[in-house]
Design a protein around this ligand. Structure first.
Ligand code: FAD
Length: 604
């Protein structure tokens, strides 16, 4: 089309985080010609920011640990809404994936016996997170990237995909490639492939306070919807309990759960260790009910129960929210996270070096001497593209999804450390399946329809053309959307606020019809945001509509007007699809897949 840049592969991976790279490696090793496209530089994905570690039942510290216990913890943490098959595959395969990463050169922290060290995290019964200080994601990305480059996988950096392409000539549509632009030059490109793997990460940038970076605008979710795939359980967004709240320039930045895993406790403005007041019946039997027992647990996990600070994230985030609401918060609207009075400076510096520097440099707080001020921050989306658990293929032939942009694995709440494992386990599975699919298509490769490419071009260039007198700035619309999502679709939800959010999102969608960007196509962040906004709006609508529909509280979804989990909703997933206008979404309810009896026994 008009001399546009054009490439041809067997497997195209969109996203170069842990899941994209692991998938690319698997596909290339299976003999496919593979390319990876990413919006920023290679190595800059979200995965690099992961701090705590990879949850895997290696049993290095606790021989009692095994995949069955990990499966149970994952299902209970997700309040049983996880796709059982994904939770099972994950728990079974993640130890092998971690050891393989070590074989490829990842340097994990060690136990005194020289085994991979494992740390405690919320919701995991045993110390289970393989880690590298508090910089695990960096080591993971470094290792995967090195291997991907050594295998000769082609990488397109600073290149954004705006549309998926389909071959609609057969009975059912098949994926045929993707359309995108180079961020630097603004020039378009067409990438053809019979297998496309979405690995684009999260949606956090639709919210005002978030740990997520500029890249997480829900592109994969929206691309999948527009291509005819479905999303599952988008109402479940994880608010991490501990983000920085002060100074304003760093509000939302993550304070790793490892601080609590390593002995840190939460206190309110009265100095009270308040989490003991928030132990729900669901977790009563496995949670310490006194400070003495909680403190003994760090050294003796067999005879004591876990501290309530290590309850799953949804429980802790809600508790903090309640303390602040009750007027027992800190000066800047958070609560206090204290490790200074509980561990020696040497211990803190060795175990949490990044946290020490983060607070020293950004807030002028010395965490070996002072408490940190923290509060909930939008961190992760459990909802995502609906896939077949074994192959990660979506409803659309040849379209796969892995990592944070895919759904099902984490149910209504993800346990810390289960994302990095998810990337490795399902990355490998998707890569293998995508390579096999491409191979099967070798003699009948799906073709790109030039009309789709022209229309993708037109949509991409629209923000340069004024539509009438009234014009809108993408930055203003994004800021307004973030405010709406924060205020009306945040951590505690009500029908009234969710209904208002949908009205506001609709208005924002209307305003977004009149976007106008200044400048030209060469490195123009305003234009890039204008294109991302379309995705953010579609994804935000999905979250708000699903949140309004699910009339219960479960995991990351808390309804003030329906404060308890509901037995009927416990049996249902909410599926999001594109509506007939192609501009909005519609929801359908779907029963949960039936769990086999031998797995049921593990979670009861
Ligand atoms: P990402 O790593 O998010 O990568 C997405 C990729 O997609 C990027 O390369 C991006 O450029 C690309 N992309 C996006 N849109 C487009 C587009 N339109 N076109 C082209 N490319 C595109 N999890 C744990 O298990 N343990 C932890 O300790 C942990 N700590 C965390 C700490 C922080 C601060 C954060 C933010 C998250 C943490 N998580 C942790 C969660 C975990 O890091 C992420 O869920 C995970 O890394 C996501 O990986 P991914 O491969 O799905 O996507």
């Amino acid at each position: 089309v008009g001399g546009m840049e054009h490439h041809d592969f067997d497997v195209l991976v969109i996203g170069a985080g842990g899941s994209g790279l692991r998938a690319a490696i698997a596909a290339q090793e299976a003999g496919a010609r593979v390319a990876v496209v990413c919006k920023s530089l290679l190595g800059k994905a979200h995965t690099v920011m992961a701090e705590g570690g990879i949850a895997a039942s290696l049993g290095n510290l606790w021989p009692e640990d095994n995949w069955q216990v990990h499966f149970r913890d994952t299902m209970r943490g997700g309040k049983m809404l996880n796709h059982w098959r994904m939770a099972q595959l994950h728990a079974q395969e993640v130890p092998e994936r971690v050891l393989e990463l070590e074989d490829w050169g990842a340097l994990f922290d060690r136990t005194s016996e020289g085994l991979i060290s494992q740390r405690d995290f919320g919701g995991h019964r045993y110390a289970r997170l393989a880690h590298v200080g508090d910089r695990t994601g960096l080591e993971m990305i470094r290792t995967l990237q090195q291997r991907a480059v050594a295998l000769g996988i082609e990488v397109f950096m600073e290149c954004t995909v705006t549309e998926l392409l389909l071959d609609r000539t057969g009975e059912t549509p098949r994926i045929s490639g993707a359309f995108g632009y180079w961020r630097e030059t603004g020039r378009f490109m067409q990438l053809e492939a019979p297998s496309v793997i979405l690995a684009t990460g999260g949606i956090g940038r639709a919210f005002k306070v978030t740990t997520n970076s500029w890249e997480y605008t829900g592109d994969g979710h929206a691309l999948a919807l527009r291509a005819g795939a479905s999303l599952v359980n988008m109402e479940f967004v994880q608010f991490h309990p501990t983000g920085m709240v002060w100074p304003p320039s760093v509000k939302g930045l993550l304070v790793t759960e490892s601080v609590r895993g390593d002995g840190g406790v939460l206190r309110n403005s009265e100095g009270k260790r308040f989490m003991f007041d928030y132990i729900t019946d669901y977790f009563k039997d496995e949670t310490a009910d006194s400070e003495d027992e909680a403190d003994r647990w760090y050294d003796d996990k067999i005879n004591n129960r876990r501290p309530p600070e290590l309850l799953p994230r949804d429980e802790v985030a809600r508790a903090i929210n309640s303390e602040v609401k009750a007027g027992r918060g800190s000066e800047h609207g958070g609560v206090f996270l204290d490790i200074a009075t509980r561990r020696t400076p040497e211990f803190i510096m060795r175990r949490l070096p990044s946290m020490y520097h983060q607070f020293k440099e950004l807030a002028d707080v010395d965490i070996t001497k002072q408490s940190m001020e923290i509060g909930p921050t939008c961190h992760y989306v459990m909802g995502g593209i609906e896939v077949d658990p074994d192959t990660e293929m979506s409803k659309v032939a040849g379209l796969y999804s892995v990592g944070e942009c895919s759904g099902g694995m984490h149910g209504s709440n993800r346990l810390g450390g289960n994302s990095l494992g998810d990337l490795l386990v399902f990355g490998k599975r998707a890569g293998d399946a995508a390579a096999a699919h491409a191979d099967a298509m070798a003699t009948d490769r799906p073709k790109v329809d030039p009309a789709d490419v022209s229309s993708a071009k037109q949509v991409a260039l629209a923000p340069f053309e004024p539509t009438g007198e009234h014009t809108e700035n993408p930055y203003t619309i994004q800021a307004d959307l973030q405010q709406v999502m924060n205020d009306l679709v945040g951590i505690i939800r009500t029908a009234d606020e969710l209904e208002r959010s949908l009205v506001e999102i609709e208005k924002l969608k209307q305003r977004a019809q009149h976007l106008l960007v200044t400048g030209n196509r060469q490195y123009n962040p305003g234009w890039h945001l204008a294109l991302d906004l379309r995705n953010m709006l579609l994804v935000s609508e999905s979250v708000a509509k699903a949140a309004l529909t699910r009339q219960e509280s479960r995991g990351g979804h808390t309804r003030d007007d329906f404060p308890l989990p509901d037995d009927v909703w416990a049996q249902k997933n909410l599926i999001v699809g594109l509506d007939a206008t192609g501009n909005g979404i519609e929801l359908t309810e779907k029963p949960l897949p039936e769990m086999p009896d031998e797995l049921k026994k593990l979670v009861e």
